[in-house]
Design a protein around this ligand. Structure first.
Ligand code: FPP
Ligand code: MG
Length: 489
């Protein structure tokens, strides 16, 4: 927070930021490209214009993010280092950490007297003197988010080599917190959270590209192509392991619970998609795999899906109207979308507010913001799969139909044209199915209707966001939220 002495400085800064808001709005109108918007924002964070640029309020943290992650993922194995840092080298959108950092700033504008749900922990900054006088209750199991909780010799395990695992080194080179003394709007733990979120996301991309047989990501060969499936999977697992270490060191059980659940959600979402892609309820073979799925022994109870999946349309026995069937498919699609994309964004937004000591209502609004933004983001992603080229995306385009996935554009087409049902049920596997589906999407305005659906979630995200006090950070978040809908990449 700003001290009394620094209030004039705050107002000047605030006015400068407010003066930039019409600029931001013009950008939203004129720039249809997400990448262009982000690029423009990045360009403005150059030193000379830093003070006036809305994005500059998190530019330090964004620029040190990759450096800090590189330190966290360093291992004693050169090839593992190479694979696990591969996706961080290319310029990604980094929307997830950007949201955590901006939201951290936005909630810091709430007076501390109203942020007393937990004691705010500012003590894991570099200056060890800060710990003097810290209540004992806050010093359990080590002092800092940068320090291990378990004894180092336990973490070293059988090989006490200090080189093998930098995370367990006693004198770990510390990540950059150069402005932490002056900038206490973003707490050190929130920065760590931003890194954890990006690491989880990157791990999921390494795995996703194996599942989707992708050949490119961020304009380069994807991890599976550059290093083999096995290495890509292992690097993803390694990133998850290191992200978990960082998460544990936040020493906040509620945040650990949320973020661990978001990892489980990613897998659940991907499984829902897999089932939708290659498995039908009564099928016991996985496409392309000659070995049948092993029968359950019955020793462990397994749950029955509560969804009537689109596959139900072909058995001819169910008494279900077309409308009910389409609605069930949309429910399934939106649930999958929440799990595979919105869960990570919403749960990290919630965690950001928790770490800031916010009250329940603010925590819930941050969650609602992240949830709706995440849904909007993935629905736009599904739309771009129909509208953009692989060159523009830097990853395969038109992949969803090829993979047998029924996303919003084709579901809207099916709503109008029930004859598409069998194509969806057989995952567009017959020759000509993909072309028929593409034509149907155009004929039935599937893309336009998908855009309207995404804008509904964008509006709900904005509504949740506007419950937070007005601030420069909130304005930038509004800008980012609007850009999600207009992006072309
Ligand atoms: C991209 O979707 C993928 C995701 C949003 C999540 C993928 C999740 C997993 C593979 C589960 C495993 C998770 C972890 C944490 C290891 P997309 O294929 O629609 O987008 P794309 O076009 O960018 O590939
Ligand atoms: Mg994919």
């Amino acid at each position: 927070m700003y001290s009394l002495q620094s209030l004039p400085q705050f107002f000047i800064r605030f006015q400068m930021m407010s003066a930039r808001i019409p600029w931001v709005l013009r950008q939203i109108r004129h720039q249809s490209s997400w990448q262009t918007s982000i690029k423009a924002a990045e360009d403005m964070v150059r030193v000379e214009v830093k003070k006036q640029d809305p994005f500059s309020i998190v530019s330090n943290e964004m620029s040190t993010l990759a450096k800090n992650i590189a330190r966290i993922v360093g291992s004693g194995h050169p090839t593992l280092n190479r694979v696990s840092s591969y996706y961080f080298e290319a310029d990604g959108k980094k929307i997830r950490p950007l949201i955590v950092l901006l939201l951290s700033r936005a909630v810091s504008c709430i007076p501390e007297s109203k942020r007393n749900r937990i004691e705010i922990d500012r003590y894991d900054v570099l200056d060890q003197k800060e710990y003097e006088g810290t209540p004992k209750s806050m010093l359990f199991a080590g002092k800092s988010a940068l320090e291990s909780i378990s004894p180092l010799n336990i973490l070293h395990g059988i090989n006490p080599s200090l080189i093998l695992n930098p995370l367990t080194r006693a004198n770990l080179p510390l990540p950059d917190f150069e402005d932490s003394a002056v900038n206490n709007e973003i707490l050190p733990k929130q920065r760590r959270l931003a890194e954890v979120v990006e690491m989880i996301h990157t791990a999921s991309l390494l795995h996703d590209d194996v599942i989707d047989f992708s050949d490119s990501r961020r304009g380069r060969p994807s991890g599976n192509v550059a290093f083999t499936n096995k290495m890509a999977i292992l690097a993803g697992d390694f990133l998850l392991g290191r992200a978990s270490v960082e998460l544990g060191r936040l020493r906040n059980s509620e945040v650990v619970e949320l973020m661990s659940t978001s990892i489980a959600n990613l897998v659940e979402g991907e499984f829902m998609q897999l089932k939708n892609t290659v498995l039908q309820p009564d099928i016991t073979m996985v496409e392309g795999n000659p070995t049948p799925i092993p029968e359950a022994t019955g020793k462990v109870p397994t749950e029955i899906s509560e969804y009537s999946v689109p596959g139900a349309i072909v058995d001819g026995k169910r008494i279900i109207t077309h409308e009910e069937n389409v609605n069930a498919a949309f429910d399934y699609y939106l649930h999958k979308t929440y799990l595979k994309t919105a869960a990570l964004i919403s749960k990290s937004s919630r965690s950001t507010a928790i770490l800031a000591g916010c009250q329940e209502e603010v925590i819930n609004n941050c969650y609602r913001f992240g949830r709706n933004l995440g849904l909007c983001f993935q629905i736009v992603d599904d739309m771009l799969d129909y509208t953009t080229t692989a060159e523009q995306l830097g990853k395969p385009a038109g992949a969803d139909l090829q993979l047998g996935l029924a996303t919003a554009p084709i579901l809207y087409a099916w709503k109008n044209d029930p004859s598409l049902g069998p194509l969806i049920a057989r995952n567009f596997s017959k020759p000509g199915d993909v072309e028929t589906a593409k034509t149907a999407v155009i004929k039935n305005d599937g893309v336009e209707k998908t855009r309207v659906l995404a804008s509904k979630y964008r509006d709900q995200a904005l509504e949740a966001l506007r419950t937070l006090p007005e601030s420069g950070a909130r304005s930038v978040l509004e800008f980012v939220t609007n850009s999600v809908l207009t992006r072309t990449k």
